[in-house]
Write a protein that binds this ligand. Structure first.
Ligand code: GUN
Length: 294
């Protein structure tokens, strides 16, 4: 069984990005600059955004964190996005989700200039990705594609089953795995909470990508012998044997599925660390005008 180590791979990608930043500095070019808008005090969002800002520092990027109160109006948030859109110093912008209920995610997402949308969430980038045009691809699916590539997982002609149809993971994943390039060329089945006979379908998967958001949902009996299993889930569960009082588990029952799989991502240390590496990579592409010319 091959353990797909996202932590090591993400460190490798970050060091490649840091090398490129060092070259840009030497050439007197523009240092990539990521801005993040964080609304409110959600603990998980604060942790994620903190990790993104810290990773910017690690690779030598500039970063700006804009913090807004939970009570900020939609208009004020749209203005903050517009200001960053127009700021030539800033190459990439992310608005951390979720947003408070009184704010329309659609309106805010649509306000982000596609050229700076390094999360790949705007209709323009989702459309371009779907068409196979140059685009920013959302961090989690992009991270998974990169893991499959760097671990040389064969995909052509394989049956890829995706569990979960979210805009952020499942839906773009299904499109990327079907496209006519490597990694891709799969026959893809996109499944979700209303799918009938799910185990019968998952048992036929050569590549199983699980993004359903339910702890240890996928068990050994749902998996074909020799499958590649990618676990996008991340859940905290109480564990008194740990100093922190909790441990992290995924959407896949790791031990029993690992015994059957030919390759699998662990949680933690699988897909998770790849998402930040992908975001940094998109920001580098933005700064260098590689997707939309400057
Ligand atoms: N919330 C959870 N995942 C993400 C992400 O990838 N980007 C943003 N902006 N918010 C998120």
């Amino acid at each position: 069984m091959l353990l797909i180590n996202g932590k090591t791979t993400s460190e490798q990608i970050k060091s490649e990005i840091a090398q490129r930043v060092a070259e840009i500095k030497k050439e007197g070019g523009k240092i990539p600059h990521l801005a993040a808008i964080l609304v409110g005090n959600d603990g998980a969002s604060q942790t994620y955004v903190g990790a993104k800002v810290k990773s910017c520092q690690q690779v030598g990027f500039e970063s700006t964190l804009v913090r807004l109160e939970e009570t900020v109006t939609e208009e004020e948030l749209l203005k903050a996005v517009a200001d960053i859109n127009e700021n030539p110093e800033i190459d990439g912008l992310i608005v951390q989700l979720p947003l408070p209920k009184h704010i329309s995610v659609e309106k805010v997402t649509n306000k982000i200039k596609p050229e700076k949308d390094v999360d790949g969430f705007t209709p323009s980038n989702v459309g371009r990705m779907t068409l196979g045009w140059p685009s920013y691809v959302a961090a989690t699916p992009y991270g998974i594609v990169e893991l499959l590539k760097r671990y040389d997982i064969e995909t052509s002609g394989k049956h890829c089953v995706v569990i979960g149809r979210s805009h952020i993971v499942g839906s773009p994943m299904s499109i990327l795995m079907a496209r006519n390039e490597y990694p891709g060329n799969c026959t893809v089945t996109l499944t979700h909470s209303r799918t009938k006979n799910l185990p019968e379908i998952t048992k036929t998967a050569d590549i199983l990508i699980v993004a359903i958001g339910k702890p240890e949902f996928v068990t050994a009996e749902m998996v074909k012998e020799g499958a590649t299993v990618i676990d996008v889930g991340i859940h905290r569960i109480a564990d008194e044997s740990k100093k922190s009082g909790f441990r992290l588990i995924g959407d896949v029952k790791f031990d029993e599925v690992a015994a059957k799989a030919s390759a699998i991502t662990p949680v933690p240390g699988g897909v998770g660390p790849m998402t930040i590496a992908s975001l940094l990579y998109n920001t580098l592409l933005a700064a260098e005008g590689k997707i939309y010319s400057k």
